[in-house]
Design a protein around this ligand. Structure first.
Ligand SMILES: *Cc1c(COP(=O)(O)O)cnc(C)c1O
Length: 394
């Protein structure tokens, strides 16, 4: 079986984790937590980094830093993993779902401006959604699949309308926007170290932020909002969201390999692009002029010209022992988020129908990748042949 995407644990992980056990530093304080945060700021060029228990926790705290309160609205692309929308609901807020652009499948800045101009009215507290009566507090550009959003346009719109930007770069660690690593382009950026992400600590996340006061507040909120080092005094409700030293130890070892991992992902994407050239109906991922993708999850569109649907292709690959996977149900269609406002999202619906992610673990061998390309071509040829036979016999 060739899996979709599995961790690569072949560096100093074992050594660093053993050090935690040998020294007894296993919990949410310890030298590796500090070191992981410090080295992470260097790796992405951020001023501050706060290690947290998960990417979702990072988003939850980041939205609280952005001042999201019950009944506020937060703008999101509809085509994303569900976590950022859930984080909005944790605060009693509501997501607003907008469509993505057809080329790169990221939040469409044009849709963002259209929503803020046409569906909202200006008030003293910021833009208000005329249909729901709720105030818009923030926008979450989600850099999906390893590729950056058009962040300048999104930030300009956010500044113009007075809303905060919380970037969700959980899928795009190592990617760059106009030459800068994601992590300091937006004021607040969230990362994840879940098992399927580019770097993993088993589970974990990081919140980077340029403002020192906000960073201090993030640290405070993620440690139960403790106000005294000795006495148990708390001025507000915080969270137990810190990363443990054991996880951070693994993170330090993984971080040493970040550049290698990005290079491996880019090599895999390049080989797929070459291998799938000339495959009718298979449209590979492309990079926008503003970005350099980390190609976290290599995904193709299976268009009508392929003669087979993305789901049929997934099943024939599975029969050949190859794991592939569709993208997320667009969130404006998700039962978990009924009651949220959305604009029409035809692009996301079409991408959802056609997209298929292919095996792209950093450890994927050239031979295994050739097998994926071969099987994919064989499935296409088979279905095109059987398609023409059945239409000829009709
Ligand atoms: C993985 C992911 C997250 C959440 O990360 P966890 O560490 O699993 O909580 C958030 N947003 C997106 C877009 C993701 O893909």
């Amino acid at each position: 079986m060739i899996p979709l995407c599995v961790p690569n644990i072949a560096g100093n992980e074992w050594r660093y984790v053993k050090e935690c056990f040998d020294t007894g530093w296993v919990s949410s304080a310890g030298p590796f937590v500090d070191r992981f945060e410090r080295e992470f700021t260097v790796a992405v060029g951020a001023r501050n980094a706060v290690a947290v228990a998960s990417g979702t926790a990072a988003l939850h705290v980041a939205l609280r830093l952005a001042g999201v309160e019950p009944e506020d609205e937060v703008i999101l692309p509809t085509l994303t993993f569900i976590a950022p929308a859930n984080a909005v609901r944790y605060l009693g807020g509501w997501p607003v779902f907008l469509d993505v652009d057809p080329e790169y499948w990221q939040l469409d800045p044009g849709e963002l401006v259209t929503f803020l101009e046409e569906d909202c009215e200006a008030t003293a507290c910021g833009p208000r959604n005329r249909r729901t009566g709720r105030t818009i507090k923030a926008v979450i550009p989600v850099d999906i699949l390893g590729h950056p959003c058009e962040l300048d346009s999104i930030r300009e719109a956010a500044e113009r309308f007075g809303i905060a930007v919380v970037e969700d770069a959980t899928e795009s660690l190592g990617a760059t926007y106009k030459g800068s690593r994601l992590g300091h382009v937006s004021g607040v950026t969230c990362f994840s170290f879940n098992g399927n992400k580019l770097l993993t600590t088993g589970g974990g996340g990081m919140l980077t932020c340029e403002d020192d006061t906000l960073a201090r507040r993030a640290r405070y909120l993620t440690t139960q909002a403790k106000d005294d080092p000795v006495e148990f005094v708390h001025r507000e409700v915080g969270y137990n969201y810190r990363l443990t030293n054991v996880q951070a130890a693994m993170g330090c070892a993984q971080l040493e390999r970040l550049d290698d991992f990005v290079a491996m992902k880019r090599a895999i994407a390049h080989r797929y692009n070459e291998g799938l050239k000339g495959c009718a109906g298979i449209r590979p991922m492309v990079e926008a002029p503003w970005g350099r993708s980390a190609f976290w999850m290599y995904t193709v569109r299976v268009e009508t010209g392929a003669g087979v649907s993305s789901r049929e292709l997934m099943h024939s690959l599975a029969n050949a022992g190859i794991q592939s996977r569709p993208l997320w149900q667009p969130l404006h269609l998700s039962p978990a988020h009924t009651g949220s406002y959305a604009r029409p999202c035809p692009v996301a619906e079409s991408v959802h129908c056609q997209a298929l992610s292919l095996p792209c673990s950093t450890g994927l061998s050239v031979q295994d990748q050739q097998r994926v390309v071969l099987e994919l071509k064989r499935s296409l040829a088979n279905s095109q042949r059987s398609g023409s036979v059945s239409s000829a016999s009709r």
